[in-house]
Design a protein around this ligand. Structure first.
Ligand SMILES: *[C@@H]1O[C@H](CO)[C@@H](O)[C@H](O)[C@H]1NC(C)=O
Ligand SMILES: *[C@@H]1O[C@H](CO)[C@@H](O)[C@H](O)[C@H]1NC(C)=O
Ligand SMILES: *[C@@H]1O[C@H](CO)[C@@H](O)[C@H](O)[C@H]1NC(C)=O
Ligand SMILES: *[C@@H]1O[C@H](CO)[C@@H](O)[C@H](O)[C@H]1NC(C)=O
Length: 203
């Protein structure tokens, strides 16, 4: 169980990042016409509905042809991209936790980051597995998609928890590198959650 104080702090940090990073204003979602074969516009418009339009477009635009204008493929691809980044972040954090000369604070904070990043990989993998075993109109669609929403939200919390652990750790290479990695996956996870929520409304 996480205490209320930690949840509150996570929220504050999350708000800080969303306010700080979200310089682009989300605009109304535009559905491209059926004759519009340039699916890049669909990705761009969808990314505009997220808190992080630029990182979203950067990570998703190369899948435009595959996604076309399908909300399920948009959500699935986004979670799949996030999972891949979460896995490599886990490997990086684990590697960093073995660095010589870490301070006691860095060591403890990294240990927590390794743990929660590992959790996030599990949660994102589970989400993807569930996504691949469901369709709009299924009897259990609402239940299944709400599980996915829960797991992806948990992964989002994992990355703010990781950053929270560094709150009292002195600035330095370790903290900077962890933040860079954690913010990257946190943003991708947030983007994924936006697309999952949208897919949930389509069921
Ligand atoms: C699709 O649209 C984007 C942005 O408007 C543009 O940069 C790209 O060249 C277009 N691609 C094709 C194949 O028309
Ligand atoms: C996305 O947002 C940017 C910045 O607000 C805007 O310039 C662009 O026209 C929007 N694109 C779409 C497809 O909505
Ligand atoms: C979702 O993404 C996974 C991993 O990239 C892929 O194996 C799967 O086929 C995708 N599912 C759908 C419905 O596209
Ligand atoms: C682990 O860290 C060391 C030192 O920075 C680096 O040389 C090595 O490539 C890293 N390994 C992995 C798997 O990231």
């Amino acid at each position: 169980m996480i205490s209320h104080a930690i949840v509150l702090k996570s929220l504050l940090i999350f708000l800080y990042f969303t306010t700080y990073m979200n310089t682009c204003q989300a605009t109304n979602f535009v559905v491209p016409s059926r004759t519009n074969k340039n699916y890049t516009e669909f990705i761009k418009a969808s990314c505009n509905t997220t808190l992080y339009p630029r990182p979203c477009y950067k990570s998703m635009s190369k899948f435009a042809e595959k996604i076309q204008a399908n909300p399920k493929l948009l959500a699935n691809t986004s979670i799949s991209v996030t999972l891949k980044e979460a896995k490599s972040t886990f490997v990086t954090m684990k590697n960093m936790s073995k660095y010589k000369g870490l301070s006691t604070g860095e060591k403890a904070a990294l240990r927590d980051c390794v743990e929660v990043t590992d959790d996030s990989v599990y949660e994102l993998q589970r989400s993807l597995d569930q996504m691949n075993h469901m369709e709009e109109g299924d009897t259990h669609f609402d239940f299944e998609i709400s599980n996915v929403q829960t797991w992806v939200s948990a992964a989002l919390t994992d990355y703010s928890t990781c950053m929270d652990g560094f709150y009292n750790v002195n600035e330095g290479n370790v903290k900077a590198k962890v933040s860079k990695y954690a913010v990257n996956v946190l943003q991708l996870t947030s983007i994924g959650l936006t697309f999952i929520n949208r897919y949930a409304r389509s069921g």
